[in-house]
Design a protein around this ligand. Sequence first.
Ligand SMILES: [Fe+2]
Length: 242
Amino acid sequence: MIDLHSHILFGIDDGPPDIAGSLELAHAAVADGITTMVCTPHARAAYLAGNNRVTLIHERIAALRAAFVAEGIALQLIPGTEIYAEPESVELLRQGFVLPLGASRTVLIEFPANILLNTLEQMVFAFQLAGYRVLVAHPERIQAVRQAPDLLTPLINRGVFFQLTAEALIGAQGERMHIIATTLVQQRLVQVLASDSHGTHLDRMPALRPAVARASALIGEAAALAMVQSTPAALLAPAYIV
Ligand SMILES: [Fe+2]
């Protein structure tokens, strides 16, 4: 399985405080059936002093890859960021201060929970106009989505993808999240399942396998597996500029 959203890199954001925490998370990811994990530390304009964050992301990934070899951990790491939607976001991407997912033109975008859907739509289209494909992180947290989930349909029809957090679907984030997550899967309003794992310090560990089992019961195994295999693979496909 491919996990497009994780905070496995240590000492950057609210991920593990040290490399031991990252390795613990990596072992758990492998046990959960994850083979590829995109590292998506939070990125927003206020954090960015020069290009340090992106440099740090690459340094942390290199350190972890070396540790994986030493420990025999079969987990592929890919660089990325979870971009907090701001007016500056597109410019930050253009300048390389924040990252798309791997070599693709897919960007993982986090919106504030109280964002109006009109504003979300405008920001998404700004990314699309700049040539990026938008994957919206955890729409289940957005109040407007909880109130009227089917308002996502016009966005889906315009090429926007939505990523549900696995823990929400298995009830590990409370009953309210469980209900909206179930609705989003049943109505086919989310196309990707990801862990958004942070580590044991926040009790947020990978849970893709049980989430896929739950999704299978709701929409069938093939559609459930697509959310962790073919769809994330397509979103990660390298972009070629012609
Ligand atoms: Fe996240």
